[in-house]
Design a protein around this ligand. Structure first.
Ligand SMILES: Nc1ncnc2c1ncn2[C@@H]1O[C@H](COP(=O)(O)OP(=O)(O)OP(=O)(O)O)[C@@H](O)[C@H]1O
Length: 249
């Protein structure tokens, strides 16, 4: 007898196709991708430039729509939502971390962290936010403004803000792209710790094998298709896998 364990999915896409343009200028950015992002996992999306990483993230997060196929967050199929419901879903159930930290300069660290909750008209869960402040190590910076912080600290604020509303999933697009390697390492360690300590889910787009090595699993895209998955990645293993995509000159 086999024992089946049910792995819950925070987000997934099924047979995802995204076509930009028409006729001669048509680009199939996603060409039938199916991938699950399980709850409590840190997944990195890797692949050569133009392979469809950002498109996959944007469609999975409801920032863009698929040409065909389905994108699902929790149990909600995004294609079934009108614009208003999609906006509410993004606000209440999805967190984002971008390469640019996108903090509000006139607000303190504490105010930036709770900004999405304030905009939504709620206070969130004060205990959760308090615990989050320790996870990101910003307790002694709460009353500082973003300009008084280093880039790494600013991105830690952005990470805390992304998790503040206990979203189903946090999508991170090249979150270390603007950071030196030490600060980048800190932010990636933080993403990993937040996933492990709080059973949250992170999906990160990156082109950096060192960044991808912080994830629990890496999924590889090439030409808009899912071509491989790697559990417990190391930077060397990811780099080797990426080399296979390089076209010999
Ligand atoms: N808005 C758009 N209009 C037309 N083509 C687009 C658009 N966005 C992306 N593409 C094309 O879709 C393909 C996939 O792009 P995407 O940005 O998803 O790749 P990527 O893997 O994230 O690339 P990079 O690592 O360079 O950011 C590329 O060929 C790109 O030129």
């Amino acid at each position: 007898m086999t024992t089946a364990t049910t792995v819950r999915t925070a987000a997934r896409v099924v047979d995802a196709v995204k076509v930009y343009g028409r006729g001669d200028t048509e680009v199939r950015a996603l060409d039938g991708v199916s991938v699950d992002f399980p709850v409590g996992r840190f997944t990195a999306i890797m692949g050569p430039s133009g392979s469809g990483k950002s498109t996959l993230m944007h469609c999975a997060a409801g920032l863009d729509t698929l040409t065909s196929g389905a994108a699902v967050i929790g149990d909600t199929e995004l294609g079934s939502l009108d614009d208003r419901r999609l906006t509410l879903l993004r606000r209440d159930r999805v967190g984002f971390v971008f390469q640019a930290f996108n903090l509000v300069p006139t607000l303190t660290v504490a105010e930036n962290i709770t900004l999405p909750l304030d905009l939504a008209g709620g206070r969130g869960d004060p205990e959760w936010i308090d615990a989050l402040i320790d996870v990101v190590g910003l307790r002694d910076r709460l009353h500082h403004r973003p300009t008084q912080l280093s880039g790494g600290q600013q991105q830690r604020v952005a990470v805390a803000r992304a998790f503040a509303g206990r979203p189903d999933v946090v999508f991170a697009d090249e979150p270390t792209g603007n950071l030196d390697s030490r600060s980048g390492d800190e932010v990636l360690g933080l993403l990993g710790r937040t996933v492990r300590q709080t059973a949250r889910t992170v999906v990160m787009v990156t082109h950096d094998p060192v960044a991808a090595a912080h994830a629990d699993e890496v999924v590889f895209l090439a030409d808009g298709r899912l071509v491989d998955r790697m559990e417990s990645p190391t930077a060397d293993k990811v780099l080797d896998r990426m080399k296979a995509f390089e076209v010999p000159s």
